[in-house]
Design a protein around this ligand. Structure first.
Ligand code: NAD
Length: 424
């Protein structure tokens, strides 16, 4: 399916480059409210440069790829739906539940698909962990810790201020990777409790540029400690902070009745999964088994580098991580052609958004927040299925164009109708 980009900033290059790896999408045009930004991208990758209105009206564009800033996501995605096009948006889906729900309702009314990042949940790292959990190797998950902790971005980002205001902060900016990974592995969240801090109240621009040395006010929590309670009854701690100099905490560790599992960084597509090498269930009433405890907790490493979307490929020239951005978009296009629901769906992202907004609400109020938006179970993406999404070479012809397979969209999972909850 032919794709047009709205928002030609930092992340747009990666989408255009990695978009060439997939069968079912062809990025052909781009636009931005800043014409020079669209001109740059169009010139670099031989795309058609258009203004936003013309791109929305273009008959040959079927999917809008929304790479604008979070505060513009809902408006741009709703404009795409109004123009009769499917839309795939960078995260978060929106910055309010009202906007996100309106977007999904409008799309459903028109039979159009909404997709949303992060698509790292379809990468080999997360999918390997999911297969181990789904196959019962971990048992019933009791507890765990997910953590994303850095010192923020004002020391390198030329325009950091927007990241420190309401609608952003570490929970909404980086939380989508972690919360989506947790709901992909554990299912829906029912309740969150959180505490937040702003430290300090002002930050200083550090990157070269006209603002270097000046300060700006911080308008949202920069550290949040949360506990997520899942429908499965697991309680998982989540720390999101831009106040941390250095740490040795893993991105995600989960502990079940049969084993513990280490999930790789959910901001990447690959990474190794580690599973504690429990050979059998311990019977704590048996002294012999208790004595074994100290000898049986090595980690078994499940490597993902040889899997379809696990190979290290980024940054180009000096690759250290797996980066297959556009995978969620390509899977959505494939789903439309095949007449099935897609995986990185608006509804899946809506639940993650409700969890993140619930975390902030709880930190502000001091009371637990109920998550009123039901979750959607993420269907596993097997390596066999992943292979069908990937073109065998960057020059491989677009399968849909070749076969004329573009079918009726049926991305709406009728089984999961959300009820507007407490956060609307
Ligand atoms: N930069 C990254 O490394 C990165 C990584 C993952 C995800 N993301 C996500 O990607 C999105 C974009 O991030 P970015 O870093 O590319 O930002 P950016 O500021 O570099 O680019 C955003 C672009 O969108 C344009 N834009 C804003 N509002 C618009 C509108 N209403 N209509 C048309 N164009 C509009 C801006 O002019 C700008 O060129 C964000 O949601 C971000 O969270 C970024």
């Amino acid at each position: 399916m032919r794709v047009g980009i709205i928002g030609c900033g930092n992340i747009s290059d990666v989408y255009v480059r990695t978009g060439k790896l997939f069968n079912d999408i062809e990025i052909i045009a781009c636009s931005d409210i800043i014409p020079a930004a669209a001109q740059r991208l169009a010139h670099k990758y031989s795309l058609r440069e258009m203004n936003v209105g013309a791109l929305l009206d273009a008959d040959d564009i079927e999917i809008i790829l929304n790479l604008t800033l979070p505060t513009a996501h809902a408006e741009v995605s709703r404009a795409a739906i109004a123009a009769g096009k499917h839309v795939y948006s960078e995260k978060p889906l929106a910055t309010s539940l009202q906007d996100a729900i309106a977007l999904i309702e409008e799309a459903e009314a028109k039979g159009l698909c909404v997709g949303s990042a992060p698509d790292t949940i379809l990468g080999a790292g997360l999918q390997t962990a999911k297969a181990l959990i789904d196959d019962g190797y971990v048992g019933q998950i009791i507890t765990g810790l997910a953590a994303v902790m850095t010192k923020g971005m004002e020391h390198w980002h030329p325009n950091p201020e927007v990241f420190y205001q309401k609608g952003a902060g570490p929970v909404l900016d980086l939380g989508p990777y972690y919360v989506s990974a947790l709901t992909a592995l554990l299912g829906p969240v029912t309740e969150v409790r959180a505490m937040g801090q702003i430290s300090p109240l002002e930050r200083r621009y550090g990157a070269e540029g006209p603002n270097k040395g000046k300060t700006f006010s911080v308008g949202t929590f920069t550290t949040v400690n949360a506990i997520l309670t899942f429908a499965s009854r697991a309680n998982v701690s989540f720390i999101a902070s831009w106040d941390v100099w250095r740490h040795g905490v893993r991105p995600i560790e989960l502990h079940g009745t049969l084993a513990s599992i280490r999930v790789p960084d959910p901001d990447t597509f690959g990474g190794d999964v580690q599973l504690s090498a429990n050979k059998r269930l311990l019977n704590i009433h048996d002294a012999k088994d208790v004595a074994l405890l100290g000898t049986q907790i090595d980690w078994l490493i499940h490597k993902t580098g040889g899997k379809t979307f696990g190979g290290i490929n980024y940054p180009i020239g000096n690759p250290v991580i797996a980066n297959y951005r556009s995978l969620g978009l390509a899977e959505m296009a494939n789903a439309i052609a095949e007449g099935r629901p897609h995986r990185c769906s608006g509804r899946f992202a809506l639940h993650a958004l409700a969890v993140m907004l619930g975390i902030i609400e709880s930190a502000e109020s001091g009371a637990p927040a109920q998550i009123g938006v039901p979750g959607v179970t993420l269907r596993a993406l097997t390596d066999e299925e992943a292979k069908t999404l990937r073109s065998q070479s960057a020059a491989a012809p677009n399968r849909l164009k070749r076969s004329g397979l573009i079918g009726q969209p049926s991305c709406i999972d009728q089984e999961v109708r959300f009820i507007v909850g407490a956060h609307r």
